[in-house]
Ligand binder design. Structure first.
Ligand code: PMP
Length: 401
């Protein structure tokens, strides 16, 4: 639905009053969004509505955002360089921490070079809008992250979607659509709403056979999957020519990056508007991300504990009778269906001291609303047991199990 009226009826009608019917429509359809204030005490506990609450809702998968090494590195850089880069990277905002971290990221992803953007969102729109253009074809998994769709739209390329993880449909699309300058297959490594992994071996084989380029957004896989946390492609032992990642999840920070061959990175430096026309990251943010990579390499127990906690939660939820999506990742969707029902379930869990957010349209298709539970290496066994007890009681009350 769109707002019916475009112009004010009277001179004192506000823009908000004209927009209101659209907003009311989001309330009626159960997809109205509100910011929630949350003062956290550690990686797993926060004060919400004045109440101590267990958080199963963060992407801080390895529990790094309060790690002493990250905090010390950021504090040191803050003291030395202050609070801002002061300008865009191509003007005067490119301190030596950028270059050092890009070398580290390239090695981590086994690529020639890397390029840091202010966020993962901006990396995605920068990469797609630069590499693809109106004469090109972008083939996307339907469940890809919104930023990949936005990047594709900005590129002007023709977009064709294939069903979630539907390799046969992708093959069909590749066979049908041959008349393009460049063709890209674009996928999340770990799907952010479903928590499952892309079939990268099949996608890489198809991309090679059809001479097109595979781009993997490994926002949720970096630091979590693969040898030493090098990501989903490394987990499967495949190579994607372009890999995108973020510092905002397992790395406990902020910022996005792309890893690729040197010339592709040089091309992006010259073309990617979300790099060229925005201010560089504060040096403290870069220092924290660099320390995060070191911790990930040095403390593999975090990844091991995270993945075994995820497995245990999935098993327990299935035993309790929940429709928890299969997968291996720390993103564990508990399917509900109806948007309003998912919100009521999340509200009741919150009331009982456990925060598991409801995820609704447009993040997921309509009537596929769910609770999106995420676990962290920082959760203890007792935290997990408490959460399971709460969701079990409330799931029964809602007739879900
Ligand atoms: N890609 C995926 C798959 C994501 O889930 C997200 C964040 N939700 C992003 C990219 C954007 O990352 P960032 O938060 O660093 O902007």
């Amino acid at each position: 639905m769109s707002s019916q009226r475009q112009a004010p009826k009277t001179t004192n009608e506000t823009l908000g009053e004209i927009l209101a019917p659209e907003l009311i429509h989001t309330q009626k359809t159960g997809v109205y969004r509100q910011l929630r204030e949350l003062d956290d005490q550690d990686s797993t506990i926060a004060i919400i509505n004045g109440r101590r609450t267990k958080i199963f809702a963060s992407n801080d998968y390895l529990g790094l955002r309060r790690h002493p090494d990250l905090v010390a590195a950021a504090g040191d850089a803050l003291g030395r360089y202050g609070t801002s880069a002061g300008a865009s990277r191509l003007i005067s905002g490119n301190c030596h921490l950028y270059g050092e971290l890009e070398v580290k990221l390239a090695a981590f992803k086994n690529k020639e070079a890397a390029l840091i953007f202010p966020t993962g969102y901006m990396a995605n729109i920068g990469v797609l809008s630069s590499l693809a253009g109106p004469r090109d074809l972008v083939l996307m998994d339907r469940a890809n992250h919104a930023s990949l769709y936005d990047g594709c739209r900005l590129s002007g390329a023709k977009l064709r979607r294939f069903g979630h993880r539907d390799v046969e449909r992708l093959q069909w699309l590749l066979e049908k659509n041959t008349d393009h300058r460049r063709r890209f297959v674009v996928t999340d490594g770990v799907f952010s709403a479903d928590g499952d992994l892309a079939p990268l071996p099949q996608l890489a084989a198809l991309a090679a056979r059809h001479r097109c380029w595979l781009i993997v957004d490994d926002a949720h896989g970096t630091g979590v999957f693969g040898p030493q946390g090098r990501g989903t492609a490394a987990h499967f032992g495949v190579t994607a020519p372009v890999e995108i990642g973020t510092f905002s999840k397992a790395l406990g920070g902020l910022g996005g990056f792309v890893a690729a061959d040197r010339l592709t990175i040089d091309f992006l430096i010259n073309k990617a508007r979300p790099l060229i026309f925005t201010t560089g990251l504060p040096p403290a943010t870069l220092a924290a991300a660099s320390a995060a990579i070191d911790v990930i390499l040095r403390e593999p127990w975090r990844r091991e504990r995270l993945l075994s906690s995820a497995t245990r939660i999935r098993q327990k939820l299935a035993e309790l009778g929940f429709d928890a999506m299969a997968g291996d990742s720390p993103i564990i969707p508990i399917m509900v269906g109806d948007e309003a029902a998912a919100c009521r379930l999340a509200d009741d869990c919150l009331e009982a001291g456990v925060f598991i957010p409801a995820v609704r349209h447009p993040t997921v298709p309509r009537n596929k609303a769910r609770l999106r539970l995420t676990v962290s290496a920082a959760h203890t066994t007792a935290d997990i047991d408490e959460m399971l007890a709460v969701i079990s009681t409330i799931g029964q009350r809602h007739g879900l199990v």
